[in-house]
Design a protein around this ligand. Structure first.
Ligand code: TGC
Ligand code: FAD
Length: 396
């Protein structure tokens, strides 16, 4: 019997399992465009933005110019890209900074999706094209000072007054709040249901003070939304949503983006640690030559390849229409926790340099603390998965 010896390609440390081969040309083209944008326009400055606690408006305009806002939605002039293409976009954006991915997540997956899924035709036509081009920036107000993991306990309420609604309450930790032109605000109506309202900036009684002193997601705007007898017309209510299912359905979309996005933050930290380890000489040898460093790098590569495959599989399920919220929960809890472990390990390889903003590692590490908490905490997603496994809900 004769045996043929295949000539195997060399291992690429940046794509160990050759996962690139699982993407089609269109997915690769979108991925490469976003990667180039991030390398050219985000990476050189994002450390400074993080230090200063700012997100320049020009960056948001550039994200809009690339067509990323609501890219995975269709109709109303929206691109209708695949879930995988959107996921890869989130991955590349978060390789730059979680705050950049957050802008796109909140605009497309939360504010636009809420209107796209639950709005009237008039609302969709009024807002979606302008949100796609970045002319209108949106935010999504669900969390309150005393209602985060359990949004069903929200106190914000809407009272009918003639043909108007009067909104009162406070929302907390709202991404893009102070820079948004419209806020999708979730409130309890007098019949006890939860409904969404589009509140325009400048409406009397509506303010959005920015939250300062953050040590995470500093290149992202986070705000309170204060609603003090805010009068909005009847047609500002999203007619399709009348329970917690409304906002929770939007969260599935944004959580999906995080399943991919977290891999981007981890990849950047891995690449930085790998390069650094080859150059840093300690005890007369590059630290990459020590077994303990190689173990750290191998564990990082394992986690990144595992997480990428999981994200891609979840993306393919979304495109095939077989994705359930519980799948997204498994992806979010696994990939964010894994990304944090990768970043912490990378931080140790960089030694003292690992704690400065001259390198991206501590910035990503700190950002991921927010990512672990927002869009449902690690514990919330653990309980969603636990419930699916056992058939027993353990939240209450
Ligand atoms: P529960 O009784 O289970 O459900 C109420 C209704 O909602 C439906 N539902 C869902 N629908 C779609 N997708 C999901 N993932 C859903 N989960 C539940 C459910 O079928 C039911 O429907 P119906 O028709 O019977 O009314 O609700 P619960 O009160 O027991 O809560 C369940 C729990 C804990 C999972 C939920 O409250 C939860 O997910 N909590 C976490 C809250 C959260 O994730 N907040 C995120 C705020 S937004 C944000 O963080 C943005 S950060 C953005 C950035 O900067 O990138
Ligand atoms: P809590 O709900 O008070 O939880 C505190 C701790 O208790 C957590 O560890 C939690 O996991 C744990 N816990 C809660 N319930 C249980 C349980 N049953 N069993 C075990 N442990 C439990 N929200 C928005 O609506 N829109 C936004 O745009 C937005 N952007 C954000 C941006 C940033 C930077 C941050 C940090 C948050 C943002 N959030 C936003 C809010 C975010 O979604 C909430 O912080 C999150 O849902 C958790 O709520 P909480 O902070 O009130 O924590």
């Amino acid at each position: 019997m004769t045996q043929t010896t295949a000539v195997l390609p060399a291992i690429d440390p940046h794509d160990f399992l050759a996962i690139d081969g699982l993407l089609d040309n269109e997915e690769k083209a979108i991925r490469d465009t976003v990667r180039r944008f991030v390398r050219e326009q985000v990476v050189p400055s994002v450390g400074d933005w993080f230090e200063q606690g700012i997100l320049p408006r020009e960056v948001i305009a550039e994200l809009a110019k690339l067509g990323l806002f609501g890219m995975h939605l269709d109709g109303y002039g929206l691109p209708g890209a695949s879930a995988v293409a959107y996921g890869l976009t989130c991955l590349e954006l978060e390789a730059g900074d979680s705050g950049i991915r957050s802008v796109v997540s909140v605009q497309g997956s939360l504010a636009m999706f809420a209107i796209w899924k639950w709005g009237s035709e008039e609302q969709k036509e009024q807002w979606l094209p302008a949100m796609h081009t970045g002319e209108v920036i949106g935010c999504f107000g669900l969390t309150e000072p005393d209602a985060g993991s359990d949004p069903g306990t929200m106190r914000t309420h809407a009272r009918r007054d003639g043909s108007d609604w009067i909104l009162n309450g406070t929302k907390m930790w709202i991404t893009n709040g102070s820079i948004a032109d419209i806020a999708v605000v979730w409130a309890r109506t007098e019949d006890g249901e939860i409904r969404g309202f589009v509140v325009e900036k400048g409406t009397p009684g509506f303010t959005a003070p920015e939250i300062h002193k953050k040590l995470s997601l500093r290149a992202s705007v986070t705000s309170e939304l204060v609603l003090d007898d805010v009068r909005v017309p009847a047609d500002s209510m999203l007619p399709g949503a009348s329970s917690l299912k409304g906002p929770l359905s939007c969260l599935n979309e944004a959580r999906f983006g995080i399943v991919f996005g977290a891999v981007g933050a981890a990849r950047t930290c891995f690449e930085e640690a790998l390069a650094y380890s080859k150059e840093r000489i300690v005890f007369d040898k590059p630290i990459s030559a020590y077994q303990l460093t190689q173990q750290k790098l191998a564990e990082m590569a394992l986690e990144i390849n595992r997480a990428t495959l999981m994200a891609l599989h979840i993306g393919r399920m979304k495109d095939a229409g077989t994705l359930r919220p519980e799948h997204v929960s498994l992806g979010k809890m696994g990939n964010v926790r894994g990304a944090i472990e990768v970043c912490r390990s990378a931080r140790t390889i960089l030694g003292g340099n690992g704690i400065t903003l001259e390198y991206p590692v501590i910035r990503h590490m700190n950002n991921l603390e927010s990512v672990l908490t927002y869009e449902g905490t690690h514990e919330v997603h653990t309980l969603v998965v636990g419930g699916a496994l056992t058939g027993t809900q353990a939240f209450r």
